[in-house]
Design a binder for this molecule. Structure first.
Ligand code: ZN
Length: 80
């Protein structure tokens, strides 16, 4: 029994909200600013956008990546 696809981790594009396999998205991490993580190997929280230029622009210019990453950081704090 081979089930390809079932285990593919899906990530949501912060620009358009579409869920796609990780490999089809660009990963960004927060490192003194937003850095593209081309090989998806950096540690820490990541945010994803489509490889589409529009999504990339939206993600970066409208600070969606930033917001998404900051939100995650904040969420880690225990609020009770
Ligand atoms: Zn997108």
């Amino acid at each position: 029994m081979t089930n390809t696809g079932a285990k593919t981790p899906l990530r949501t594009c912060v620009a358009c909200g579409t869920k796609k396999p990780k490999s089809k998205l660009l990963r960004f991490v927060l490192e003194q600013g937003i850095c593209m993580d081309e090989r998806q190997i950096r540690h820490g929280r990541g945010a994803y956008v489509c490889m589409d230029e529009k999504c990339r622009e939206t993600g970066i210019e409208k600070k969606k990546l930033q917001r998404s990453l900051h939100k995650v950081t904040r969420r880690n704090r225990k609020t009770g």
